[in-house]
Design a binder for this molecule. Structure first.
Ligand code: TPP
Length: 603
């Protein structure tokens, strides 16, 4: 670690530095972040792009009195290092260590706990209104990326912010990238704003040059100026923010620390809301990350798990079946790589829709596509589908449409931590009428489910974690039927929902192990057959107990008159504040030992 990094223990230390020293400090920060994140894994490219931004903000504003809200929060590593977490930074994304996202409980400089996109403007406005009503005075800065700016919540907040005229600063960190290249009309609008800056510069150059021509210079300039004014009006009429009542500044080079400081100082004490549009480069200063910012958006730690992934299976299915079945269309909300849609997007660009970070829209778009006669597959992480609950219920399920949700990263997610756990989908989906829910044990079964899904004509969810251990044989998919994986002469029945639960169950021994591949509807015929006095039933799921698989089994058996003894294993009614999948599974008892002790307690 360089000396300069060591010298900064808090934002106060930055405030003593010259711009030259701050630039030098930024270089050191980049190096430290690059070296550390290559070991720990994490969001490298985004954080490298926001180094000067973090330094300039902490130079001008006074945390924790002033509130800086980092949207999503994956780009805030420099902020963490500046605000007292330099030495702990190598513990990033591990238990007992530093979270990869801002957390109020970690530091009073983290003004809000974040992780899901597009929340910073709403939180900022809430703080601003609270501050004003309570007669307090502090500054609020919401930092939002151009990717996060595609989320519906950001638009809803802008609408309210413009009308409220609350005093707050929005920094729009525009690197033209979401995880992949940013998409949509807003992204194009931002390009126009960038162009308008170039236009203003061009105009100044032309003015200087033409006016220098003796005699005719002024006439030529006036003629040219008319044309240019036309172009300028076109661009400036596009200034949506100004028309909404939000002062617009920019675009500004987001790596020029002097300029950033100047503009933040200027807008700090202004009345009303302002938006500073800065242009940055994702991965800045790190040649590998700069060349391929998508790949370096989030990187795995050295020696990461190399198990096969469910998203690769999905990718294969969509490409193979997409060729034969032209009604298949695929949707992502800015997560093509993570969910396995990239190959399909290249092969069938007309049947692929990246809607931006807009899960709610994605769900209802899928409903519309299905209503129009297509077969939509929406691949999405469990945690982000939480955004689309009403759309699933109101648009997909009431209309009973053939939309398939491919719910990736279901269950414990490990190093992304509390905000990203995928342990609620069984709970929020099971309660919706018309919804069918499947959980594959491995890639082979997942592929069979996907093939089966093509002829299934209703709302369908298939949920799975990132990886699976290995492929195994599996029985054909039959609606509402489970698969007996281990049959023993035993009174113990372990009902496992999904691959992780099944692996734990298979390691128990001397018990019947059932692959409860249909979470909804339950295999009631099978349940009836084992609901006998003297039998022990253990349900295991990588989901919250509340509203999950076990509760559904329990309440079905109770409604029939419960004769067997039953115990349910899953996550308790607390947020899963954990950075390791193994540790999460272990602490919930989703292990052979956990199941054995549940059996013992029932005996
Ligand atoms: C609701 C939601 N959906 C998806 C994500 C996953 N995600 C994390 S960062 C990101 C891209 C953000 O792009 P941008 O705001 O431009 O920041 P950058 O990484 O480019 O700096 C996405 C899609 C998320 N955090 N929240």
């Amino acid at each position: 670690m360089s000396d300069l990094i060591q010298q900064v223990n808090s934002p106060a230390d930055l405030k003593k530095m010259t711009v030259g020293e701050l630039n030098e400090y930024c270089n050191c920060l980049r190096k430290y972040i690059g070296e550390t994140v290559r070991n720990t894994g994490g969001h490298l490219a985004s954080s490298l792009g926001a180094v000067e931004l973090a330094v300039a903000l902490h130079f001008v504003f006074d945390c924790p009195a002033d509130k800086i809200l980092w949207d999503v929060g994956h780009q805030a590593y420099a902020h963490k290092i500046i605000t007292g977490r330099r030495d702990a930074f190598p513990s990033l994304r591990s238990n007992g260590g530093i979270s990869g996202f801002p957390r109020m409980k970690e530091s009073d400089c983290d003004a809000f706990t974040m992780g899901h996109s597009s929340t910073s403007l709403s939180v900022g406005l809430g703080l601003a209104r609270a501050r004003d009503l309570l007669g307090q005075s502090y500054n609020i800065v919401s930092v939002i990326g151009d990717g996060a700016f595609t989320g519906g919540m950001a638009f809803e907040a802008l609408n309210d912010i413009g009308a409220s005229q609350a005093g707050m600063t929005i920094v729009l960190n525009d690197n033209k990238m979401s995880i992949s290249k940013n998409v949509g009309a807003m992204s194009e609008y931002l390009s126009k704003l960038r162009l308008s800056k170039r236009y203003s510069r061009l105009k100044r150059t032309v003015q200087k040059g033409v006016l220098g021509i003796p005699l005719f210079g002024e006439h030529i300039y006036k003629a040219l100026d008319k044309t240019k004014d036309g172009i300028k009006a076109l661009l400036q009429n596009n200034k949506m923010f100004e028309q909404m009542g939000i002062k617009y500044y920019g675009p500004i080079d987001g790596h020029n620390i002097g300029n950033l400081i100047e503009i933040f100082k200027q807008t700090k004490n202004e009345c009303g809301p302002s938006l500073i549009h800065i242009v940055t480069e994702k991965g800045k200063g790190d040649s590998a990350a700069q060349c391929d910012p998508s790949k370096f958006h989030g990187i795995q730690p050295v020696g990461a798990n190399k198990e096969p992934s469910f998203s690769d299976v999905l990718s294969r299915f969509l490409c193979e079946e997409g060729e034969k079945n032209s009604s298949i269309v695929a949707i992502t909300a800015a997560m093509a790589d993570g969910t396995g849609l990239t190959a399909f997007s290249e092969r069938f660009p007309n049947r692929y829709f990246d809607v931006g970070i807009a899960e709610q829209h994605a769900v209802t778009l899928a409903a519309g596509l299905a209503a129009g006669g297509l077969k939509p597959y929406f691949a999405v992480y469990s945690t982000f589908l939480q955004r689309g609950f009403d759309q699933i219920l109101h648009d997909v399920c009431i209309n009973n449409l053939g939309v398939t949700f491919l719910i990736d990263r279901a269950g414990a997610v490990g190093s992304d931590g509390i905000t990203h756990q995928g342990i609620y989908d069984l709970s929020y989906l099971s309660m919706i009428p018309n919804m069918t829910i499947l959980a594959p044990k491995d890639g082979n079964e997942f592929y069979k489910m996907l093939i089966w899904s093509q002829s299934f004509n209703g709302p369908l969810s298939i949920r799975y974690p990132k990886n699976y251990a290995f492929d195994s044989e599996c029985a054909d998919i039959e609606y509402g039927k489970w698969e007996v994986v281990v049959s023993e002469k035993s009174n113990i029945y372990i009902l496992a929902a999904g691959g992780r639960a099944l692996r734990a169950a298979q390691a128990v021994g001397n018990s019947n192990v059932i692959n409860a591949r249909f979470i909804k509807p339950l295999d009631t015929e099978f349940l009836n057959s084992i609901n006998k006095a003297g039998n022990i039933i253990i349900t295991v799921e990588d989901n919250a107990l509340s509203g999950g698989f076990g509760q559904a089994v329990n309440s079905y058996l109770t409604s029939c008159g419960l004769k067997a003894k039953i115990s349910c294993i899953g996550y308790s009614d607390e947020f899963l504040d954990d950075f390791s999948v193994e540790h999460s599974l272990e602490s919930a008892g989703i292990t052979a030992n956990g199941i054995l002790s549940a059996i013992k307690n029932l005996k």
